[in-house]
Design a binder for this molecule. Structure first.
Ligand code: HEM
Length: 491
């Protein structure tokens, strides 16, 4: 594996030379000069506050990282990342930022990094949001509970694959019918809420084995209960873009207590307990989890991983299609019609090279989970394309995918949306550098790594979403404020 990494190290500017695996090299194989990590943390209190204001207010995340790459002339540097002062006492904002494909890939090597409690950085939302438990995403691979829950998640996906496509088609038909009736009434239809209702209903059925129709309250408001539960956990770490300094004073200065959303969360727990009996039982008997661990992990996988991830990803995908003026829709439609046969299936979308590439390119330029963290398990030497750096045990590494996925040493014309970028031989080699799932698209999620359990299901589901759309419509048109303004039915 280090030979492959050595190939990666040989990438020269402007000459992408993708390789199929990304395990970082052992220190002895590193040839680049070791340099001191540039940047710093500034004065206590003042340094973190100044970086926080830049990150959330004066610059925003993308400019924050871009400016520091320019200043330090390096894609690896030290900086602070919020949350910080005044009411985040135990939280250490110091990180080493990794902003190119090669340095970022070190975070996939579980021999040199650990992922305990670092899902969103050194800050961790209170465990009261997750049944007083540390759920799967906060567990390191060295913890036996991680293996149990990860294998449980992989098993749920495998078992539900038989109902996946028909469930997707029927929930999507419901969504499009509701969008069409709003369009007919008012000439435009906002798509965020219909998409979220679809995602909630689809994943409740496929992951929990429950029909939301069993509870009118969950059917109508379950998705909104998840929205607010997610928002309160993540607010201290996310730029919202409302009027400053209000955002800094009220949204980024302290963590919100769980009791504000406990009502909705407890209703969702009760719903899963009552209507997901079969899945819960499997968690207990086949994976050795307690009932409490099973339910709260299921709810986290449903609400945070699946619902949270797709609520960011699908609106972006739809907007990318509906606002395109370069003819992408026509090309995708032709491919879908030529390859989908009489009914859609996983196998039929696997044949759709352009649709798959479009999905990958959307994930490359808009990674739904832009920040990833990992802590050094031991001292090691980390390499970027042109330098090597000494990392000390315990240091927190932070990769910002939005820039990593625009690494010009890997992707030609990296800022441009090239919808067929991932086709042909060169395109399929580039999949080793597509990291949205916290691992390369060529990797396999398992109990020994922290790659998204649904790495393949996410991309295939997005392909099915596109294919379903072009079997139903010839084209759709979206505006820039998240609404569909026209659909042309399939002729
Ligand atoms: C667009 C949708 C999704 C995106 C963008 C996404 C992204 C991610 C990312 C980035 C991670 C790693 C987080 C980290 O450790 O830094 C992750 C982990 C995980 N994801 Fe997904 N995910 C999505 C959908 C799903 C779905 C549908 C499932 C359903 C099973 C799922 C299950 C998981 C699990 C169980 C983990 C934890 C893995 C571990 O701890 O080893 N994800 N996901």
């Amino acid at each position: 594996m280090s030979a492959v990494m050595a190939k990666m190290m040989s990438i020269s500017p402007g000459m992408p030379s993708p390789s199929p695996s990304l395990t970082p090299p052992s220190p002895s194989s590193i040839s680049a000069p070791v340099r001191t990590i540039p940047g710093g943390y500034g004065w206590p209190v003042l340094g973190p506050i100044s970086d926080r204001l830049d990150y959330f207010w004066f610059q925003g995340p993308e400019t924050f990282f871009r400016k520091r790459i320019e200043k330090h002339k390096s894609t690896v540097f030290r900086t602070n990342l919020p949350p910080t002062f005044p009411f985040f006492y135990g939280v250490n904002p110091n990180v080493v930022a990794l902003l190119d494909c090669k340095s970022f890939a070190h975070m996939f090597n579980m021999e040199i990094v650990e992922k305990k409690n670092v899902l969103v950085g050194d800050f961790m939302p209170s465990v009261s949001y997750t049944g007083d438990l540390r759920v799967c995403a906060y567990l390191d691979t060295s913890e036996s509970l991680h293996s149990k829950v990860k294998n449980f998640a992989l098993d749920i996906l495998k078992r539900s694959s038989t109902i996946w496509v028909p469930t997707l088609s029927s929930t999507l038909d419901t969504m499009w019918s509701s969008i069409e009736s709003s369009l007919a009434k008012s000439g435009s239809a906002s798509y965020l809420v219909p998409i979220q209702q679809f995602i909630f209903s689809f994943f409740t059925r496929t992951l929990i084995g429950a029909d939301t129709a069993a509870s009118p309250e969950i059917a109508s408001s379950g998705y909104a209960m998840l929205d607010i539960w997610l928002a309160l956990q993540l607010l201290p770490t996310v730029k919202i873009g409302i009027l400053q300094p209000l955002e800094e004073l009220f949204l980024h200065s302290y963590a919100y207590p769980f009791f504000l959303v406990s009502g909705g969360y407890n209703k969702l727990v009760k719903f899963i307990e009552e209507h997901g009996k079969e899945v819960i039982q499997r968690g207990e008997t086949e994976f050795g989890l307690t009932k409490h661990e099973t339910i709260h992990n299921l709810l986290f996988i449903l609400g945070f991983n699946a619902y949270g991830g797709f609520s960011i990803f699908l609106p972006t995908l739809l907007s990318q299609l509906g606002t395109d003026t370069t003819g992408i829709q026509q090309k995708l439609r032709e491919e879908v019609r030529a390859k989908s046969g009489s009914t859609l299936s996983f196998d039929s979308v696997k044949e759709m090279e352009l649709v798959k590439s479009f999905v990958y390119e959307t994930l490359r330029l808009n990674p739904p989970v832009p920040l990833q963290y990992a802590r050094a398990r031991k001292d090691f030497v980390l390499s970027s394309h042109d330098s090597a750096y000494e990392i000390k045990k315990g240091e927190l590494l932070c990769g910002y995918q939005t820039l990593v996925m625009r690494d010009s040493k890997v992707f030609d014309d990296p800022e441009k949306f090239i919808f067929d970028r991932f086709t042909k031989e060169k395109g399929s080699e580039l999949l080793s550098y597509l990291y949205w799932s916290n691992g390369p698209q060529t990797g396999s999620p398992s109990e020994s790594n922290k790659q998204c359990a649904a790495k393949d299901y996410v991309t295939l589901t997005a392909c099915l979403f596109v294919a379903h759309l072009y079997r139903r419509y010839d084209s759709i048109t979206c505006n820039s404020s998240g609404a569909i303004t026209a659909v042309e039915k399939a002729k």
